[in-house]
Design a protein around this ligand. Structure first.
Ligand SMILES: [Zn+2]
Length: 294
């Protein structure tokens, strides 16, 4: 069987298992309040109940999509608390860069303000973000033939996401029905402000900020494409295909995903662990010690 098919099937099986877990939680209100760190005295827990530290950063789309899906089932008080999770971010002293099909929003002061590592300045990093997303746009439309998201320019927000242990998240905004696409939704993307936190750059992650930006733009913008077709997609399939295209757009980065469970070591599926909100199995000592990113 083709190796890439084996990879996709394996990811799909893991995705289906993990994404089904939240249903085990108590009341829906308590579940979402806890997941978004809004339960009094409870630490932020934006990952599955089975998670243990340390966690690799992953994608925040599934949780936010579930929140919108279940919104009408929540108590008004819960909706009041969690409304900010579905609204576009408000950044401190926000500045924007409009480039191609994108508007990049970033804070100029406060915790969300980018502090990129050299050789980047804030200005050149924000430009890099815009250029990288534009590359994803071009690839999905021109190379792979997808229709673009229903609303452009598309808005991308830089935020400090390391504390949430996520690379990025795509959140649906509003229905934008059209002929042939009655369930299309607009959306927006949040990505980490600069990917310089150790959870993105240190063992066992080993990505440069640019590499994290590349794979995150490929992954999250594919979610934007998915929302543009049909909001009611299957989460496991959305995660599997977004991760798949990350490797399609940036195969050189994918070649360095070496943190594979020993039982899967004959199939190169290390990229599974980066996006799935579940604990990592111990990485082989030899793999961790010899891994590099070039
Ligand atoms: Zn995702």
């Amino acid at each position: 069987m083709n190796l890439r098919i084996i990879q996709l099937m394996t990811l799909a099986l893991w995705s289906m298992a993990v994404l089904a877990l939240p249903c085990r939680a108590g009341s829906l209100d308590d579940y979402y309040l806890q997941q978004f760190g809004e339960t009094a005295g409870a630490p932020l827990k934006a990952v599955s109940e089975l998670s243990t530290e340390p966690l690799h950063p992953h994608c925040g789309m599934p949780l936010k999509r579930d929140l919108r899906r279940d919104w009408d089932k929540l108590e008004p008080a819960t909706q009041t608390i969690l409304a900010k999770q579905l609204a576009a971010p408000v950044l401190e002293n926000e500045a924007t860069l409009t480039w191609g099909h994108f508007v990049i929003h970033y804070a100029t002061t406060g915790i969300d303000a980018p502090t990129p590592t050299l050789p980047y300045t804030v200005a050149t990093w924000v430009q890099q973000v815009a250029t990288t997303f534009e590359s994803a746009y071009t690839a999905y439309q021109s190379t792979y033939g997808y229709r673009p998201p229903p609303v452009v320019p598309y808005h991308v927000y830089l935020r400090s996401l390391a504390s949430l242990k996520i690379y990025g998240q795509t959140t649906s905004l509003a229905p934008v029905p059209s002929v042939g696409f009655p369930n299309a939704y607009s959306s927006y993307i949040e990505i980490d402000k600069d990917f310089t936190n150790a959870i993105y750059t240190k063992i066992p992650v080993l990505y440069t900020p640019l590499q994290s930006l590349q794979i995150t733009s490929a992954h999250e913008f594919h979610h934007a494409v998915q929302f543009g077709y049909n909001y009611f997609f299957e989460k496991w399939y959305a995660e599997a295909t977004s991760t798949w295209y990350e490797g399609e757009l940036y195969p050189a980065v994918g070649q360095n995903y070496v943190y594979v469970h020993p039982g899967l070591s004959t199939v190169h599926v290390g990229w599974i662990w980066r996006w799935m909100p579940m604990p990592l199995p111990p990485a082989p000592a030899t793999a961790a010690g010899s891994s590099t990113v070039t």
